[in-house]
Design a protein around this ligand. Structure first.
Ligand code: CUA
Length: 354
């Protein structure tokens, strides 16, 4: 009895935990774009067929079990033998073929449709028609480069709604996997080759989902794999173009005196050798060792996972290891005094487009 209860409470716990997976900004089951919708439809279709097959087979099985069981002991009579029956043989060959066709035709069509990235190879591709984003996955952070505009962001992916957004995926250290559950299936980012695919973000569903969608790393890559998140902010085309403009005309402001000190410290402590602080791609190699910080002040999260507030920002600068184990910033700048942390935090918070 005790065992049954334990099992039941465990099941209940699992149900409760998994019901959290229905959040609109992180769920495969709440598709928010055409690609995800098609994939969801394929899931529903295959699940439906499987369920029907199981029900029919179980029904026949139960019927046969009851009908042909030995009713009295000693009853040796055999029911009618149907081995080699032509009609039955044809029937149970044809039905699976039909089911496989129902399953196979749309699956193959969608697989090839969703793999169509020919437009990326066009010599004169119009960025207005097909936006390309180069994604680079790094140990526990993401970089997004917009090659048509020469701008780079980290940790936050800005995309226009209601059009195909093409992704070119790469990793700089180990294998990761790029996944926006609400927008479509994941794809590996490798070090040795580039993978390509496209996703779409529906304007209505994006608005319903709230501020942003979650992006995830879906390939076990190290101690902070589970913390390797990014945020996706879809916006209408017009707003997206405004954003691009503000990034192209980016100008850094140093609001307060403390922030000014922070800026100096940022140079002194060699932060600049890894982090770029403008969205323009001026020093491609060095600046890409760490996340681009040009829009740090606009981020929704600290280090991709912690709420954006002073306390978390200070904790992150003070001891990054305590927040993201195995990250590459740990130990790169020695111990900082409290007022230095304060100055750096002020400076970082001031890094914004407007
Ligand atoms: Cu990167 Cu898991």
């Amino acid at each position: 009895m005790w065992k049954t209860w334990r099992l039941l409470s465990l099941l209940l716990l699992v149900t409760l935990t998994l019901s959290g997976c229905g959040e609109p900004f992180v769920s495969t089951l709440r598709p928010a774009g055409e690609v995800a919708e098609d994939q969801f439809y394929l899931m529903v279709l295959s699940t439906f067929i499987m369920v029907v097959v199981v029900i029919v087979v179980m029904a026949i099985f139960t019927y046969v079990l009851v009908k042909f069981r030995r009713k009295k002991s000693g009853d040796e009579a055999l029911p009618k033998q149907v081995e080699g029956n032509k009609k039955l043989e044809i029937l149970w060959t044809v039905i699976p073929i039909i089911l496989l066709l129902i399953l196979g035709v749309p699956t193959v069509t969608h697989v090839f449709g969703q793999a169509d990235t020919k437009v990326m190879d066009k010599e004169k591709r119009n960025p207005e028609d097909a936006l390309v984003v180069n994604v680079r996955a790094n140990l526990y952070w993401w970089e997004f480069e917009y090659p048509d505009y020469g701008i780079v962001t980290s940790q936050e992916l800005i995309v226009p709604t209601d059009e195909k957004v093409y992704f070119q995926l790469k990793a700089s250290d180990v294998k990761h996997s790029f996944w926006i559950p609400s927008a479509g299936g994941k794809m590996d980012t490798n070090t040795e080759n580039e993978n390509r695919f496209f996703l779409m973000f529906d304007s209505k569903k994006s608005a319903e989902a709230g501020e942003y969608f979650y992006g995830k790393c879906a390939e076990l890559c190290g101690p902070s794999h589970a913390l390797m998140d990014f945020k996706v902010k879809p916006m209408p085309k017009k707003e997206f173009q405004d954003w691009v403009k503000s990034m192209e005309n980016y100008e850094q402001s140093t609001a307060s005196a403390t922030a000014g000190q922070g800026k100096e410290l940022f140079k002194e402590k060699n932060c600049l050798s890894c982090h770029a602080v403008t969205p323009k791609d001026e020093r491609p190699e060095q600046a890409r060792t760490g996340p681009n910080l040009a829009t740090f002040g606009e981020r929704s999260k600290i280090a991709g996972v912690k709420d954006f507030n002073d306390e978390n920002l200070h904790a992150w600068i003070k001891d990054p290891e305590s927040i993201k184990p195995g990250n590459k910033m740990t130990g790169s700048y020695g111990e900082l005094k409290d007022d230095e942390i304060q100055a750096l935090a002020e400076y970082l918070k001031g890094l914004k487009t407007e």
